[in-house]
Design a binder for this molecule. Structure first.
Ligand code: UT7
Length: 343
Protein backbone atom coordinates (compact mmCIF):
# COMPACT_ATOMS: atom_id res chain seq x y z
CA UNK A 1 0.00 0.00 0.00
CA UNK A 2 1.79 3.11 -1.13
CA UNK A 3 -0.73 5.83 -1.78
CA UNK A 4 -3.14 5.54 1.11
CA UNK A 5 -3.59 3.03 3.88
CA UNK A 6 -7.34 3.32 3.64
CA UNK A 7 -7.60 2.42 -0.04
CA UNK A 8 -5.69 -0.82 0.33
CA UNK A 9 -7.32 -1.87 3.56
CA UNK A 10 -10.68 -1.79 1.78
CA UNK A 11 -9.35 -4.15 -0.87
CA UNK A 12 -10.82 -7.68 -1.04
CA UNK A 13 -7.47 -9.18 -0.08
CA UNK A 14 -7.53 -7.49 3.29
CA UNK A 15 -7.78 -10.03 6.10
CA UNK A 16 -9.56 -7.58 8.38
CA UNK A 17 -11.78 -9.72 10.64
CA UNK A 18 -15.56 -9.10 10.67
CA UNK A 19 -15.40 -7.69 14.22
CA UNK A 20 -12.07 -5.86 14.58
CA UNK A 21 -9.96 -6.68 17.61
CA UNK A 22 -7.79 -4.01 19.17
CA UNK A 23 -4.95 -3.96 21.64
CA UNK A 24 -6.42 -1.45 24.07
CA UNK A 25 -3.64 -1.63 26.65
CA UNK A 26 -0.12 -3.00 27.04
CA UNK A 27 2.12 -3.49 30.04
CA UNK A 28 5.44 -5.02 30.98
CA UNK A 29 7.46 -5.94 34.04
CA UNK A 30 11.19 -6.46 34.37
CA UNK A 31 12.87 -7.53 37.61
CA UNK A 32 15.20 -4.93 39.17
CA UNK A 33 18.37 -7.03 39.25
CA UNK A 34 20.63 -6.36 36.28
CA UNK A 35 23.16 -9.02 35.27
CA UNK A 36 25.75 -7.40 33.00
CA UNK A 37 28.19 -9.00 30.58
CA UNK A 38 30.94 -7.96 33.02
CA UNK A 39 29.18 -10.01 35.73
CA UNK A 40 29.06 -13.01 33.36
CA UNK A 41 32.79 -12.68 32.67
CA UNK A 42 33.26 -13.64 36.33
CA UNK A 43 30.92 -16.65 36.06
CA UNK A 44 31.94 -18.38 32.78
CA UNK A 45 34.73 -18.24 30.20
CA UNK A 46 33.29 -15.38 28.13
CA UNK A 47 33.88 -11.72 27.31
CA UNK A 48 31.70 -8.67 26.92
CA UNK A 49 33.18 -8.31 23.44
CA UNK A 50 32.08 -11.85 22.39
CA UNK A 51 28.56 -11.44 23.76
CA UNK A 52 28.01 -8.01 22.21
CA UNK A 53 29.51 -8.94 18.82
CA UNK A 54 27.72 -12.29 18.51
CA UNK A 55 24.36 -11.36 20.03
CA UNK A 56 24.07 -7.61 20.71
CA UNK A 57 23.15 -8.30 24.35
CA UNK A 58 24.74 -6.08 27.03
CA UNK A 59 22.68 -6.96 30.10
CA UNK A 60 19.62 -8.94 31.19
CA UNK A 61 17.27 -8.95 34.19
CA UNK A 62 17.17 -11.79 36.71
CA UNK A 63 14.24 -12.35 39.07
CA UNK A 64 14.92 -13.24 42.72
CA UNK A 65 13.84 -16.64 44.10
CA UNK A 66 10.63 -15.27 45.60
CA UNK A 67 9.34 -13.82 42.26
CA UNK A 68 7.80 -16.43 39.98
CA UNK A 69 6.64 -16.30 36.39
CA UNK A 70 3.05 -15.70 37.56
CA UNK A 71 4.16 -12.70 39.69
CA UNK A 72 5.86 -11.07 36.70
CA UNK A 73 2.89 -11.90 34.46
CA UNK A 74 0.50 -10.40 37.01
CA UNK A 75 2.52 -7.18 37.28
CA UNK A 76 2.66 -6.79 33.49
CA UNK A 77 -1.07 -7.56 33.22
CA UNK A 78 -1.94 -4.98 35.89
CA UNK A 79 -0.06 -2.30 33.93
CA UNK A 80 -1.89 -3.26 30.73
CA UNK A 81 -5.22 -3.17 32.58
CA UNK A 82 -4.41 0.25 34.11
CA UNK A 83 -3.61 1.63 30.68
CA UNK A 84 -6.77 0.15 29.16
CA UNK A 85 -8.96 1.16 32.11
CA UNK A 86 -10.06 -2.47 32.50
CA UNK A 87 -10.99 -3.93 35.90
CA UNK A 88 -10.11 -7.50 36.83
CA UNK A 89 -13.79 -8.57 36.92
CA UNK A 90 -14.23 -7.50 33.30
CA UNK A 91 -11.68 -10.01 31.95
CA UNK A 92 -13.32 -13.00 30.25
CA UNK A 93 -10.23 -15.01 29.36
CA UNK A 94 -6.54 -15.10 30.37
CA UNK A 95 -4.03 -16.74 28.05
CA UNK A 96 -0.49 -17.07 29.39
CA UNK A 97 2.32 -17.97 26.98
CA UNK A 98 5.30 -19.41 28.83
CA UNK A 99 7.84 -22.21 28.74
CA UNK A 100 8.78 -21.56 32.36
CA UNK A 101 5.44 -21.99 34.18
CA UNK A 102 5.49 -21.75 37.99
CA UNK A 103 4.91 -25.53 37.95
CA UNK A 104 3.87 -28.16 35.35
CA UNK A 105 0.26 -27.71 36.45
CA UNK A 106 -1.99 -25.93 37.22
CA UNK A 107 -1.59 -23.38 34.45
CA UNK A 108 0.27 -20.17 35.28
CA UNK A 109 -2.73 -18.34 33.73
CA UNK A 110 -4.86 -19.67 36.64
CA UNK A 111 -2.34 -18.32 39.16
CA UNK A 112 -2.43 -14.94 37.39
CA UNK A 113 -6.24 -15.05 37.45
CA UNK A 114 -6.18 -15.50 41.23
CA UNK A 115 -3.53 -12.81 41.79
CA UNK A 116 -5.45 -10.30 39.67
CA UNK A 117 -8.81 -11.21 41.21
CA UNK A 118 -10.19 -11.85 37.72
CA UNK A 119 -12.84 -14.18 39.08
CA UNK A 120 -14.97 -14.37 35.91
CA UNK A 121 -12.07 -15.26 33.61
CA UNK A 122 -11.36 -18.64 32.05
CA UNK A 123 -7.62 -19.27 32.04
CA UNK A 124 -5.12 -21.50 30.28
CA UNK A 125 -1.47 -21.59 29.22
CA UNK A 126 -0.03 -22.10 25.78
CA UNK A 127 3.46 -23.34 25.06
CA UNK A 128 4.83 -22.16 21.74
CA UNK A 129 8.18 -21.06 23.20
CA UNK A 130 9.35 -17.66 21.92
CA UNK A 131 6.39 -17.54 19.52
CA UNK A 132 3.88 -17.96 22.36
CA UNK A 133 2.78 -14.36 22.73
CA UNK A 134 1.75 -14.06 19.07
CA UNK A 135 0.11 -17.50 19.18
CA UNK A 136 -1.79 -16.19 22.23
CA UNK A 137 -2.74 -13.00 20.43
CA UNK A 138 -4.19 -15.02 17.55
CA UNK A 139 -6.16 -17.29 19.90
CA UNK A 140 -7.44 -14.32 21.91
CA UNK A 141 -8.39 -12.50 18.76
CA UNK A 142 -10.53 -15.41 17.62
CA UNK A 143 -12.57 -15.27 20.83
CA UNK A 144 -13.16 -11.52 20.56
CA UNK A 145 -13.85 -11.41 16.82
CA UNK A 146 -16.38 -14.23 17.14
CA UNK A 147 -18.16 -12.35 19.94
CA UNK A 148 -17.59 -15.19 22.41
CA UNK A 149 -15.69 -12.88 24.75
CA UNK A 150 -15.42 -9.11 25.13
CA UNK A 151 -12.11 -8.79 27.00
CA UNK A 152 -9.11 -11.09 26.71
CA UNK A 153 -5.80 -10.73 28.55
CA UNK A 154 -2.75 -12.20 26.78
CA UNK A 155 0.42 -12.53 28.84
CA UNK A 156 3.95 -13.60 27.86
CA UNK A 157 5.99 -14.31 31.00
CA UNK A 158 9.25 -16.14 31.58
CA UNK A 159 11.69 -16.96 34.35
CA UNK A 160 14.34 -18.40 32.05
CA UNK A 161 17.04 -17.99 34.70
CA UNK A 162 15.60 -21.16 36.30
CA UNK A 163 16.22 -23.37 33.24
CA UNK A 164 19.51 -21.91 32.06
CA UNK A 165 22.71 -23.83 32.82
CA UNK A 166 24.82 -21.12 34.43
CA UNK A 167 27.95 -23.10 33.55
CA UNK A 168 27.18 -23.31 29.83
CA UNK A 169 28.60 -20.17 28.25
CA UNK A 170 26.93 -20.91 24.90
CA UNK A 171 23.45 -20.35 26.35
CA UNK A 172 23.61 -18.62 29.74
CA UNK A 173 24.71 -15.28 28.28
CA UNK A 174 21.62 -15.07 26.05
CA UNK A 175 18.54 -15.23 28.26
CA UNK A 176 16.74 -13.17 30.90
CA UNK A 177 13.51 -12.87 32.92
CA UNK A 178 10.46 -10.64 32.48
CA UNK A 179 6.86 -10.35 31.30
CA UNK A 180 4.65 -8.43 28.90
CA UNK A 181 0.88 -8.29 28.47
CA UNK A 182 -1.86 -6.97 26.22
CA UNK A 183 -5.61 -6.47 26.62
CA UNK A 184 -7.74 -7.35 23.57
CA UNK A 185 -11.14 -5.79 22.93
CA UNK A 186 -13.26 -4.46 20.12
CA UNK A 187 -12.91 -0.66 20.19
CA UNK A 188 -15.04 0.13 17.15
CA UNK A 189 -15.19 -0.49 13.40
CA UNK A 190 -11.73 0.85 12.41
CA UNK A 191 -8.17 -0.40 12.77
CA UNK A 192 -7.15 -3.40 14.92
CA UNK A 193 -5.33 -6.66 14.25
CA UNK A 194 -5.39 -7.07 10.46
CA UNK A 195 -3.90 -10.52 10.19
CA UNK A 196 -1.89 -13.16 12.01
CA UNK A 197 0.10 -16.08 10.58
CA UNK A 198 1.39 -19.06 12.55
CA UNK A 199 3.62 -21.97 11.60
CA UNK A 200 5.55 -24.88 13.09
CA UNK A 201 8.08 -27.56 12.13
CA UNK A 202 8.28 -30.38 14.65
CA UNK A 203 10.99 -32.09 12.57
CA UNK A 204 13.41 -29.57 14.11
CA UNK A 205 12.22 -30.12 17.69
CA UNK A 206 15.64 -31.30 18.86
CA UNK A 207 17.62 -28.14 18.07
CA UNK A 208 16.13 -26.11 20.93
CA UNK A 209 14.63 -27.94 23.90
CA UNK A 210 14.65 -28.87 27.57
CA UNK A 211 14.83 -32.67 27.41
CA UNK A 212 13.66 -33.76 30.88
CA UNK A 213 10.86 -32.97 33.29
CA UNK A 214 8.04 -34.23 31.07
CA UNK A 215 6.59 -37.69 30.43
CA UNK A 216 9.50 -38.77 28.25
CA UNK A 217 12.20 -38.22 30.86
CA UNK A 218 10.51 -37.59 34.21
CA UNK A 219 12.68 -35.93 36.83
CA UNK A 220 15.09 -38.46 38.35
CA UNK A 221 18.48 -38.38 39.99
CA UNK A 222 19.94 -39.37 36.62
CA UNK A 223 18.14 -36.65 34.68
CA UNK A 224 19.31 -34.01 37.14
CA UNK A 225 22.93 -35.17 37.21
CA UNK A 226 22.96 -35.35 33.38
CA UNK A 227 21.81 -31.70 33.22
CA UNK A 228 18.69 -32.66 31.30
CA UNK A 229 16.55 -30.00 33.01
CA UNK A 230 18.47 -27.21 31.32
CA UNK A 231 17.71 -25.48 28.05
CA UNK A 232 19.81 -26.95 25.19
CA UNK A 233 20.33 -25.13 21.93
CA UNK A 234 22.19 -25.83 18.69
CA UNK A 235 22.78 -22.10 18.22
CA UNK A 236 23.94 -22.05 14.61
CA UNK A 237 21.10 -24.29 13.40
CA UNK A 238 18.51 -22.25 15.26
CA UNK A 239 20.01 -19.07 13.85
CA UNK A 240 19.59 -20.22 10.24
CA UNK A 241 16.00 -21.34 10.74
CA UNK A 242 15.16 -18.14 12.62
CA UNK A 243 16.24 -15.88 9.76
CA UNK A 244 14.40 -17.88 7.10
CA UNK A 245 11.21 -18.46 9.09
CA UNK A 246 10.84 -14.89 10.36
CA UNK A 247 11.50 -13.42 6.92
CA UNK A 248 8.92 -15.72 5.32
CA UNK A 249 6.35 -15.14 8.08
CA UNK A 250 6.74 -11.36 7.84
CA UNK A 251 6.27 -11.43 4.07
CA UNK A 252 3.23 -13.71 4.38
CA UNK A 253 1.51 -11.36 6.82
CA UNK A 254 2.19 -8.34 4.59
CA UNK A 255 0.91 -10.17 1.51
CA UNK A 256 -2.28 -11.25 3.28
CA UNK A 257 -3.01 -7.58 4.02
CA UNK A 258 -1.98 -6.36 0.57
CA UNK A 259 0.76 -4.26 2.15
CA UNK A 260 4.45 -3.73 1.53
CA UNK A 261 7.08 -3.09 4.13
CA UNK A 262 7.07 0.58 3.06
CA UNK A 263 3.62 0.88 4.64
CA UNK A 264 4.83 -0.32 8.03
CA UNK A 265 5.70 2.27 10.64
CA UNK A 266 7.39 -0.08 13.10
CA UNK A 267 8.66 -3.66 12.94
CA UNK A 268 8.86 -5.48 16.28
CA UNK A 269 10.77 -8.76 15.97
CA UNK A 270 11.59 -11.43 18.54
CA UNK A 271 14.59 -10.22 20.51
CA UNK A 272 17.07 -13.12 20.34
CA UNK A 273 20.07 -11.79 18.46
CA UNK A 274 20.81 -8.44 16.80
CA UNK A 275 22.42 -10.24 13.86
CA UNK A 276 19.20 -12.19 13.24
CA UNK A 277 17.19 -8.96 13.42
CA UNK A 278 19.56 -7.14 11.05
CA UNK A 279 19.51 -10.07 8.60
CA UNK A 280 15.71 -10.01 8.51
CA UNK A 281 15.63 -6.23 8.13
CA UNK A 282 18.04 -6.50 5.21
CA UNK A 283 15.99 -9.22 3.51
CA UNK A 284 12.77 -7.28 4.01
CA UNK A 285 14.55 -4.11 2.88
CA UNK A 286 13.40 -2.23 5.95
CA UNK A 287 15.74 0.37 7.51
CA UNK A 288 16.83 -0.44 11.06
CA UNK A 289 15.36 2.90 12.24
CA UNK A 290 11.94 1.30 11.78
CA UNK A 291 12.89 -1.81 13.76
CA UNK A 292 12.36 -1.83 17.53
CA UNK A 293 15.26 -3.37 19.47
CA UNK A 294 15.62 -3.76 23.24
CA UNK A 295 17.62 -7.00 23.45
CA UNK A 296 20.77 -5.12 24.53
CA UNK A 297 18.93 -4.41 27.82
CA UNK A 298 16.99 -7.62 28.42
CA UNK A 299 18.49 -10.43 26.30
CA UNK A 300 16.12 -13.08 25.01
CA UNK A 301 13.02 -13.35 27.25
CA UNK A 302 11.32 -15.96 25.02
CA UNK A 303 7.51 -15.54 25.03
CA UNK A 304 7.83 -12.25 26.90
CA UNK A 305 10.28 -10.65 24.46
CA UNK A 306 7.92 -9.34 21.80
CA UNK A 307 5.30 -8.45 24.44
CA UNK A 308 7.78 -6.30 26.35
CA UNK A 309 9.05 -4.74 23.11
CA UNK A 310 5.49 -3.95 21.98
CA UNK A 311 4.73 -2.25 25.29
CA UNK A 312 7.94 -0.21 25.28
CA UNK A 313 7.63 0.79 21.62
CA UNK A 314 4.00 1.91 22.17
CA UNK A 315 4.85 3.89 25.30
CA UNK A 316 7.83 5.52 23.57
CA UNK A 317 5.49 6.71 20.81
CA UNK A 318 7.20 4.71 18.06
CA UNK A 319 3.79 4.52 16.36
CA UNK A 320 0.48 6.38 16.69
CA UNK A 321 -3.19 5.53 16.27
CA UNK A 322 -3.74 4.34 12.70
CA UNK A 323 -0.08 3.39 12.07
CA UNK A 324 0.77 -0.10 10.85
CA UNK A 325 2.91 -2.32 13.08
CA UNK A 326 4.44 -5.67 12.07
CA UNK A 327 5.34 -8.23 14.74
CA UNK A 328 7.32 -11.35 13.90
CA UNK A 329 8.62 -14.11 16.15
CA UNK A 330 10.40 -17.46 16.13
CA UNK A 331 11.15 -20.12 18.71
CA UNK A 332 11.51 -23.72 19.81
CA UNK A 333 9.16 -26.24 18.26
CA UNK A 334 10.13 -24.95 15.85
CA UNK A 335 7.41 -22.32 15.82
CA UNK A 336 7.02 -18.93 14.20
CA UNK A 337 4.33 -16.30 13.83
CA UNK A 338 3.67 -12.83 12.46
CA UNK A 339 1.00 -10.22 12.93
CA UNK A 340 0.03 -6.90 11.33
CA UNK A 341 -1.80 -4.42 13.52
CA UNK A 342 -3.28 -1.09 12.56
CA UNK A 343 -2.81 0.62 15.91
O1 UT7 B 1 14.71 -17.56 21.07
C1 UT7 B 1 14.82 -18.72 20.28
C2 UT7 B 1 15.65 -18.46 19.17
N1 UT7 B 1 17.06 -18.46 19.53
C3 UT7 B 1 17.88 -17.92 18.70
O2 UT7 B 1 17.44 -17.38 17.72
C4 UT7 B 1 19.35 -18.03 18.93
C5 UT7 B 1 20.02 -18.33 17.62
N2 UT7 B 1 21.46 -18.48 17.67
C6 UT7 B 1 22.29 -17.45 17.96
O3 UT7 B 1 21.86 -16.37 18.27
C7 UT7 B 1 23.78 -17.66 17.78
O4 UT7 B 1 24.01 -18.89 17.13
C8 UT7 B 1 24.55 -17.65 19.13
C9 UT7 B 1 24.60 -16.26 19.70
C10 UT7 B 1 23.90 -18.61 20.10
C11 UT7 B 1 26.00 -18.11 18.90
O5 UT7 B 1 26.63 -17.33 17.91
P1 UT7 B 1 27.48 -18.05 16.75
O6 UT7 B 1 28.09 -16.98 15.94
O7 UT7 B 1 26.56 -18.99 16.07
O8 UT7 B 1 28.62 -18.76 17.56
P2 UT7 B 1 28.93 -20.32 17.67
O9 UT7 B 1 27.89 -21.03 18.47
O10 UT7 B 1 29.25 -20.88 16.33
O11 UT7 B 1 30.27 -20.29 18.51
C12 UT7 B 1 31.46 -19.72 17.96
C13 UT7 B 1 32.56 -19.89 18.98
C14 UT7 B 1 32.74 -21.33 19.45
O12 UT7 B 1 34.14 -21.55 19.60
P3 UT7 B 1 34.96 -22.35 18.47
O13 UT7 B 1 34.30 -23.68 18.39
O14 UT7 B 1 34.82 -21.54 17.22
O15 UT7 B 1 36.34 -22.39 19.05
C15 UT7 B 1 32.09 -21.33 20.80
O16 UT7 B 1 32.64 -22.30 21.66
O17 UT7 B 1 32.31 -19.13 20.15
C16 UT7 B 1 32.41 -19.95 21.30
N3 UT7 B 1 31.47 -19.47 22.30
C17 UT7 B 1 31.76 -18.49 23.17
N4 UT7 B 1 32.87 -17.78 23.37
C18 UT7 B 1 32.86 -16.84 24.32
C19 UT7 B 1 30.18 -19.85 22.50
N5 UT7 B 1 29.63 -19.13 23.49
C20 UT7 B 1 30.59 -18.28 23.92
C21 UT7 B 1 30.63 -17.29 24.90
N6 UT7 B 1 31.76 -16.59 25.07
N7 UT7 B 1 29.55 -17.00 25.67
Amino acid sequence: MHKSNKAQLRSPRSQRPPRPVHIVGTGSYLPDRVLTNADLEKMVDTTDEWIVTRSGIRERRIAPDYICTSDMGTAAAQRAMDQAGVHAEEIDLIICATLTPDMPFPATACLIQQKLGAKRAAAFDIEAACSGFLYGLEIGQQFVTSGTYETVLVVGAEKLSTIVDWQDRSTCVLFGDGAGAAILRNRGPDHGILTTCMGADGAQADILLMPAGGARYPASRESVSAGMHYLKMAGKEVYKHAVTAMHTAAKEALQKCNLTVADIKCVIPHQANIRIIEAIAERLEVPMEKVYVNLHRYGNVSAASVAIALDEAAREGRFQRGDLVLLVVFGSGLTWASCVIQW
